[in-house]
Design a protein around this ligand. Structure first.
Ligand SMILES: O=C(O)C(=O)C[C@H](O)[C@H](O)CO
Length: 341
């Protein structure tokens, strides 16, 4: 039987202009769905795991369309609570070259934002599960959701699950102070922390002293220092950090580090040409969770996670629609992009 992983968060309607058009230019928007944890669930379903996504969505057709967008890829949506009025929306304008992407949220009073603890029966949801994943976006959405996320993390530990959290700081949803306070409590129940150095600094005020003298960015020692400080503070078993050594619109190197048992493992570096970067971090989380539940060794774990997320950057939409074989092919060194025939 395949291993069961539960994720919890908000899935939103993503509305986006075609290609690289600006919001103010268009008279129609393309509609898809996405959300940090939903994206991870789709990755895991693609990899063949029993992938369960938990949220609350209205009973109406837009809520159903969100459910269908997940079912289409094999995510188990049976634990989604139905009710409330709104599906959260995010508008995404894709940047190019020196113009960055823009994200506008319209998610206040969504069904999940207004969910209450009684909406979820965690004992039932976690039955037979091995792993629970959420991101720092979920508790940022509303106070009630922060309370529910904490309860879910505690319950997951009681049920013996491994708990992972991607810090994913969203400054449009809450202040650094509030994020630090809420996440500081929730992270006591987390085993595997996914972060980048900006999240660590924004949420926990953790900064590293080691930077590269020429670029001014963190160097390897700096990343290790961030992971060590996170581990010291929360007792994480693993810290996975995506490295922004030089990630700008024109120079996109993508790699990561896994820190576990006092050892740091660095992945290969990929030069990306970005088709869609939204969900890139989630695809990394999905690859990491897949590798961990399958007990890959640390180097293989980080290579799989980074290769998975490198592939995501080539795919339109939030979801990483790749198979284990495709990820293994890239992780194994074949990044040729050749046509297969
Ligand atoms: O930013 C958010 O809250 C989203 O969930 C939108 C995207 O799906 C998310 O940023 C991808 O990680």
């Amino acid at each position: 039987m395949s291993k069961k992983v539960v994720t919890f968060g908000e899935i939103m309607l993503r509305l986006q202009p075609d290609n690289y058009l600006r919001f103010v230019q268009v008279d129609h928007l393309e509609a898809t769905f996405g959300g940090g944890e939903a994206n991870v669930s789709v990755s895991l379903a693609n990899y063949g795991l029993d992938s369960v996504y938990v949220t609350k969505l209205p009973k109406h057709e837009i809520g159903q369309a969100a459910v269908n967008s997940l079912r289409k890829y094999g995510v188990d949506t049976s634990k989604i609570t139905r009710g409330g009025d709104r599906v959260g929306i995010y508008y995404n304008e894709k940047g190019a070259s020196q113009r960055g992407s823009k994200c506008i949220y319209d998610r206040a009073h969504s069904a999940i934002a207004e969910a209450v603890p009684a909406d979820f029966n965690w004992d039932e949801i976690f039955e037979g599960a091995e792993w629970f994943h959420f991101t720092g976006i979920t508790p940022a959405v509303s106070d009630s959701l922060a309370e529910i996320t904490l309860e879910a993390a505690k319950k997951a530990k009681e049920h013996g699950l491994t708990v992972s959290c991607d810090l994913n700081y969203r400054g449009k949803l809450w202040s650094k102070e509030k994020a630090g306070k809420v996440m500081g409590e929730i992270c006591k129940y987390v085993d595997v922390c996914i972060a980048n150095e900006e999240d660590a600094a924004d949420v926990f005020g953790i900064a590293a002293s080691s930077t590269d003298v020429t670029t001014g960015k963190l160097n390897r020692e700096g990343y290790i220092e961030v992971a060590q400080k996170l581990t010291e503070r929360f007792g994480f078993k693993k810290v996975a950090i995506t490295l922004r050594e030089s990630i700008s619109a024109n120079d996109n190197n993508w790699s990561a580090m896994l820190y576990t048992d006092g050892q740091a493992y660095f992945s290969k570096k990929y030069a990306l040409r970005i088709v869609d970067r939204v969900g890139g971090g989630d695809s990394f989380g999905g690859g990491l969770i897949y590798s961990c539940v399958n007990e890959f060794d640390p180097q293989a774990t980080i290579e799989f996670a980074v290769a998975a997320s490198a592939l995501k950057h080539t795919i339109e939409g939030d979801f990483n629609l790749v198979t284990v074989d495709e990820v293994n092919k890239l992780a194994g060194g074949d990044g040729s992009g050749r046509i297969q025939r």
